[in-house]
Ligand binder design. Structure first.
Ligand code: ZN
Length: 353
């Protein structure tokens, strides 16, 4: 478990937002390469690690994780040295005030800053309705000139800055579990399956620009054209009130995502996943969401690609401090391994019906 926790620490500490996925891409390339027959890139930065089956007629399974986290792009440097920005992905306005930010320049230099919050002394109580468009980042400079002398310019990117923490026995807290969860699981699966003779070709793929609209996923689907795709992503837990009707509860297993804004899980694939979970005593929970994942773009590519999301839920995603449960992560890893061991021509024919 120490190894898994360390992978999460390394991955959530990297800064990669939509359109700026290089840090995570480089991490994945160096960790996947030792076990890959081939590493591919697409022209927008997506990463693919491919392992071929000995069966020459093997079907291809793609496991897709997006690399980008929600972040910001710097749009303007103010005369007083503050940085204006646009969000990359969805933040609630009220989670950003007084939070630490890392600004990364094109040369990879890092600067720490904070999103200013006006002191209570100067407001008539609690400040209401401060919009992201009115916010800025204070990096400690006194002027535009000073900011530029450090090498910070318009078009550079910024990401939440947080400490990685282990909470209790089973839980981790950090930024960006959405979707370093997916990046961690493809890293571990690819290594852990290195000595298994699978009857399918395995492609683990890391996509770009999910948080701004599933943009890299479409490219991935067209490039690999798999017979089955499993998307690995982290979705919002809704279990804070402790109610038993909560949709997505930490510790209740991996998510069987029945429906969201972008895809309906087809019944034949759902039944395969559930029966494999039951056979192997793997904990799962049903999940629905008003959001979407890369699966939304992938299942519509080509002549249609059978696709399921194997997710976990995380509390407080799209903020500086999200929490996941390692037991859910292990359930997700377990179900994917067992699905991969079962995929052959028959399996693929069944889920196409
Ligand atoms: Zn995500």
């Amino acid at each position: 478990m120490e190894k898994t926790i360390n992978i999460f620490k390394e991955l959530t500490t990297l800064d990669s937002t939509s359109g700026f996925e290089n840090e995570v891409a480089n991490y994945l390339i160096s960790n996947l390469s030792p076990y890959a027959d081939e590493i591919k890139r697409d022209n927008l930065g997506g990463v693919y690690a491919i392992r071929k089956s000995k069966n020459v007629n093997a079907k291809t399974v793609m496991i897709a994780a997006h690399m980008d986290e929600v972040g910001f792009i710097i749009t303007k440097i103010m005369p007083n040295g503050f940085l204006k920005f646009e969000p990359l992905g969805g933040f609630r306005d009220d989670v950003l005030l007084a939070q630490k930010i890392t600004v990364t320049t094109i040369e990879g230099k890092k600067f720490v800053g904070v999103i200013p919050s006006i002191a209570k002394h100067f407001t008539d109580g609690n400040s209401k309705n401060i919009k992201i468009s009115d916010m800025s980042i204070d990096v400690g400079a006194s002027s535009e000139e000073e900011v530029r002398s450090w090498g910070i310019n318009e078009g550079d990117y910024a990401t939440p800055k947080t400490e990685f923490e282990k909470l209790g026995e089973h839980r981790l807290m950090s930024k960006a579990f959405d979707n370093r969860y997916g990046c961690a699981i493809i890293t571990e699966l690819f290594e852990e399956l290195k000595n298994e003779e699978l009857d399918c070709n395995l492609v683990v793929c890391a996509t770009v620009q999910e948080e701004v609209g599933l943009r890299g996923a479409e490219i991935a689907a067209n490039l690999i054209n798999p017979d089955l795709c499993l998307v690995v992503d982290c979705s919002p837990a809704n279990d804070i009130d402790g109610g038993s009707k909560s949709n997505g509860r930490l510790g209740d297993g991996f998510l069987v995502r029945l429906i969201d804004r972008t895809m309906v899980l087809r019944a034949n694939l759902r039944e395969e996943i559930i029966s494999i979970a039951k056979e192997n005593n793997i904990k799962y929970q049903y999940f629905t969401s008003p959001g979407g994942t890369d699966a939304g773009a992938i299942h519509k590519a080509g002549i249609g690609i059978p696709t399921a999301v194997i997710g976990i839920c995380g509390r407080y995603i799209h903020t500086h401090n999200s929490i996941i449960d390692l037991r859910d992560y292990l359930s997700a890893k377990d179900i994917i391994k067992n699905i991969l061991r079962k995929v052959d021509n028959n399996f693929i024919n069944n889920i196409r019906l």
